[in-house]
Design a protein. Structure first.
Length: 367
């Protein structure tokens, strides 16, 4: 029994149940349900990816992943935003064999081979070219309205940052050079309209966006598209990167996923993931940094790594850094309850009591 109702007597419980039953009978919203039984909380879909630290960046947990709703991946050009989006879409189609991808494209910079890299069947992708926000808003609302109850769909928008408004296009055709004040409003309207449908119909949508530097003494990354996308998104990443060099040659990029907004991950968390030119997103990247910080792995000597026995504190077999890129190294640690708990405590939002017991007592005494 819920702690908040455990002290109620039988008559009061009966009155509450009758009141709830009456509300359910009168409501015009078919998905209305008692909170403890609402499917929006008890039956939340989770799509794990093959990259553990991406799961952490999405959910705060190694065993978590993408959930229905709006996820925004933002960053400067050439920051592999589309690659991360396709990783999530690939994981969705892997979990649901009948799932399809609705790919809204305003950049036309994603070749078909890119989809093949992530093992996405091109026959399961509806490529939809778009030129303005109003066109996107109309089409996506029609698609969402027509979607069946059990249809499995994931939506990618690449990108909102490159999408003009109809007014901006019309002004250009007419030779008018005036500031467009409608684009931000149209984008805000777009996300305000679609966000409830994504949650109600269990649809994940990934939006690629651009960032730009704020002008000032202390410039910071600003997400494009106005406040509409920011307010509506469940998760917002801002991607940063540094070159990853092997033998003096640039072999890829070390990314930092900056969690700008999340319902599950502590905001401002910084999560490392490496992308190599040859192998793409490195599956086990980022784990070594976290395991070293948490004391689950130590460096007995330069260039060597050893797992720490959590019972005895003794160091195990030595491994080269190259060995830490493989499943054989991480298999047992990814199943380790203490390591999982450490990850959760470091990154996941804790939903503890809103008011501590002593706060409640103080308020009672003051009254």
């Amino acid at each position: 029994m819920d702690e908040s109702t455990s002290s109620l007597d039988g008559q009061t419980e009966h009155e509450i149940a009758s009141a709830i039953l009456e509300l359910k009978k009168n409501t015009t919203i078919k998905d209305s349900a008692i909170l403890s039984k609402s499917k929006f909380f008890t039956d939340k879909d989770v799509i794990p990816t093959d990259v553990p630290m991406v799961n952490v960046a999405l959910s705060g947990s190694l065993d978590g992943g993408l959930v229905p709703g709006l996820t925004m991946l933002a960053g400067p050009s050439k920051h592999f935003k589309t690659a991360f989006a396709l990783l999530m879409a690939s994981s969705y189609t892997k979990k649901y064999k009948d799932a399809v991808i609705l790919f809204y494209d305003s950049e036309f910079g994603t070749p078909q081979k890119y989809f093949e890299t992530f093992n996405i069947d091109k026959e399961r992708v509806l490529h939809t070219p778009i030129t303005d926000v109003e066109q996107l808003k109309h089409d996506i609302m029609v698609q969402l309205q027509e979607l069946g109850k059990d249809d499995k769909l994931i939506i990618i928008l690449d990108s909102i940052g490159n999408l003009a408004s109809k007014k901006e296009i019309d002004d250009s055709i007419e030779g008018r050079s005036v500031a467009d004040m409608t684009r931000a409003k149209q984008i805000k309207s777009l996300f305000r309209m679609i966000t409830p449908h994504l949650t109600i119909k269990d649809i994940p949508m990934i939006v690629v966006n651009h960032t730009y530097k704020e002008i000032g003494m202390f410039p910071r990354e600003i997400v494009g598209g106005g406040t509409g996308s920011y307010y509506s998104a469940d998760t917002i990443w801002i991607l940063g990167r540094q070159q990853d060099k092997t033998a003096g040659e640039v072999s890829g990029y070390n990314f930092i996923i900056n969690v700008e907004k999340s319902r599950f991950v502590r905001e401002k968390s910084k999560i490392p993931v490496t992308v190599s030119f040859e192998g793409g997103i490195q599956k086990y990247s980022g784990l070594l940094d976290v395991a070293l910080e948490g004391g689950f792995i130590q460096k007995p000597s330069n260039g060597w790594y050893s797992k720490v026995d959590q019972s005895t504190g003794e160091l195990g077999q030595k491994y080269r850094e190259a060995d830490t890129h493989h499943k054989d190294f991480w298999g047992d640690l990814l199943k380790n309850a203490k390591f999982k708990e450490y990850i959760n405590q470091k990154y996941a939002i804790s939903y503890g009591s809103i008011m501590r017991e002593d706060d409640v007592l103080e308020e009672t005494e003051d009254a």
